[in-house]
Write a protein that binds this ligand. Structure first.
Ligand SMILES: NC(=O)c1ccc[n+]([C@@H]2O[C@H](COP(=O)([O-])OP(=O)(O)OC[C@H]3O[C@@H](n4cnc5c(N)ncnc54)[C@H](O)[C@@H]3O)[C@@H](O)[C@H]2O)c1
Length: 281
């Protein structure tokens, strides 16, 4: 049956993924490569990006890498231009790079001006900069898929420690809500160029980002003082996930692969939760 072989799902496509040196971005890059795409892996940590590119090549895939700070449009433009000259085109763009908060996040109960600046700069403007870099190329080809990575935290408030107080996660959640709305706007703008724009909203994954959140819970809640960060993470999964398990970077990669495939040709401007049912909207 045509299309039944998953390893051919993205055959001959070229994908670029930001923040892909570890965690979810790495999982997305590996899944896209396993589905047949050539992948350019970028991260502000260029060495980590290079390691993931080597993993893809070692598994028989085609890869390219770059050191990219998504807050710097020049850095992104240079990388996407380099990916186009390396592979000939870009079909799929996955703006994934994200940050939870500024330095000291793990110890703080209250957000700071730096939390707002950093989360907005990386999680929102970084996503805009990445789309800006690939848009002219995709428009010219009248073809493209942009799959943003937000969070189910952008759907509803999370992580409130004390009623009547703000949450240190507020800047992050607001930035992710903005990422979802940005996706809607971009889908409106690019639909007539045959470019689909969607957003995946992950739930909870054990990555360095969630380790920071668990350490924050531990610092603020004396009841958690004797638990490890991983044990705190596992408790939140039991308490919040109808499916009773956390998600993996590969789970997010599979949703991205679907939205980047021909099977999703009529899907645009949509936000897809991959969150074990934790938030149902
Ligand atoms: N882990 C979760 O539970 C979870 C849940 C929902 C959404 N997300 C989102 O998924 C994405 C990936 O999260 P993760 O858990 O893998 O985080 P992570 O912290 O493990 O990895 C983030 C990656 O982004 C890179 N990065 C940070 N700032 C950058 C910049 N300015 N330019 C380029 N790269 C930069 C980091 O070097 C790192 O490799 C983020 O957008 C995050 O908000 C994560």
């Amino acid at each position: 049956m045509p299309g039944s072989n998953m390893s051919d799902q993205l055959k001959d496509r070229v994908a670029v993924v930001t923040g892909a040196g570890r965690g979810i971005g790495r999982g997305i890059a590996l899944i896209l490569a396993s589905r047949g795409a050539a992948v350019s892996v970028s991260d502000i940590d260029g060495e980590a990006a290079g390691t993931v590119a080597s993993e893809i090549e070692a598994a028989g895939g085609r890869a390219h890498s770059g050191t990219v700070d998504v807050t710097d449009p020049v850095s992104i433009n240079d990388w996407t231009a380099s990916a186009i000259s390396h592979f000939g085109a870009i079909d799929i763009c996955v703006p994934n790079a994200g940050v939870i908060g500024a330095a000291g996040f793990t110890e703080r109960r209250d957000y700071t001006a730096d939390d707002w600046r950093l989360t907005w700069g990386v999680n929102v403007l970084g996503m805009v900069n990445t789309a800006d870099a690939v848009m002219p190329h995709m428009k010219e080809r009248n073809s493209g898929k942009i799959v943003n990575i937000a969070s189910h935290g952008g759907r509803a408030p999370r992580g409130v420690q004390d009623p009547g107080r703000g949450s240190v996660q507020a800047p992050y959640s607001v930035s992710k809500a903005a990422a979802i709305q940005w996706t809607h706007h971009l889908a409106m703008e690019l639909g007539r160029y045959n470019i689909n724009v969607n957003v995946v909203c992950p739930g909870r994954l054990w990555t360095p980002m969630w380790e920071s959140i668990a350490l924050n819970h531990k610092a603020l809640n004396p009841d958690l003082a004797d638990l490890s960060a991983r044990e705190i993470f596992d408790l939140t999964i039991d308490a919040t996930m109808p499916l009773g398990r956390s998600q993996t970077p590969e789970d997010i990669g599979k949703a991205v692969a679907f939205l980047a495939s021909d099977d999703a040709a009529e899907i645009t401007g949509q936000a897809l939760n991959v969150n074990g049912g934790a938030i149902m909207n």
